[in-house]
Design a protein around this ligand. Structure first.
Ligand code: MG
Ligand code: ZN
Length: 225
């Protein structure tokens, strides 16, 4: 069963009315329109399980929620672990459980957006399901897409997944404190990303300590919307 956990603690079953299924890209455009009507910036955050997406969101929420009214939509196959982690940092969080679905799509994100009081937010961070393959084919209607990779995923993470980086504005290379132990060359990872997309921003972080988070915020161009 697909479930939605709202910020006020309610759990709803998500029933997908088949007639709602249009082309994902059209639904994504409608989501973007809705966000623009409310002057909200939305960022779709992709990355494998364990790459550090939730930790990055925790850091961003911690740094931004005083200035920008921030909500997060956390997508996971099951559990509310991520929503609980992010809530602790001061954002309103919706958890979407996809019940086996390996990505969020524009329709699920729409259901999430409709469950939020959009007048109350300036920034929405969307944590996609942990997976670097198929979310690439399902835009959700965010303004920007960022991809988190971790040094613990080894040296070939970027060159093996070129498609996901083509639509991204920022790649975060996380867990840089472990690069040496993993024998991963950070500059090579950066080169790999720039080879796929010459204008992508590359940011090095350690999400546990907050290293690199100010640079990440700069690269998101949040002020410009
Ligand atoms: Mg997570
Ligand atoms: Zn999928």
């Amino acid at each position: 069963m697909k479930k939605l956990y709202t910020p006020d603690g309610n759990v709803q079953e998500i029933k997908i009315n088949k007639s709602l299924y249009g082309k994902n890209t059209e639904l994504a455009e409608k989501n973007l329109e809705l966000l623009n009507q409310h002057n909200i910036l939305a960022i779709d955050i992709l990355g494998s399980i364990g790459s550090g997406k939730t930790s990055i969101i925790q850091q961003l929420v911690g740094k931004l929620h005083q200035k920008y009214r921030t909500a997060a939509i956390a997508g996971d196959i099951t559990t509310t672990i991520d929503a609980d982690r992010i809530k602790n940092r001061g954002a309103e969080v919706l958890q979407i459980n996809t019940d086996g679905g390996c990505h969020l799509d524009a329709n699920l994100v729409r259901i999430g957006l409709e469950a939020l009081d959009l007048k109350s937010f300036d920034l929405i961070l969307i944590e996609n399901v942990g997976n670097l393959i198929c979310p690439g084919g399902f835009p959700v209607g965010a303004h920007q897409r960022i991809v988190v990779v971790s040094t613990t995923e080894g040296p070939y993470m970027i060159i093996k997944h070129p498609y996901i980086f083509k639509d991204a504005s920022v790649v975060i290379i996380n867990k840089i404190d472990l690069a040496e132990a993993m024998e991963v060359d950070l500059e090579q990872l950066k080169k790999d990303a720039l080879k796929i997309k010459p204008n992508i921003e590359v940011v090095f972080t350690n999400a546990r300590t907050g290293h690199g988070i100010p640079e990440l915020i700069k690269s998101l161009k949040i002020n410009e919307k």
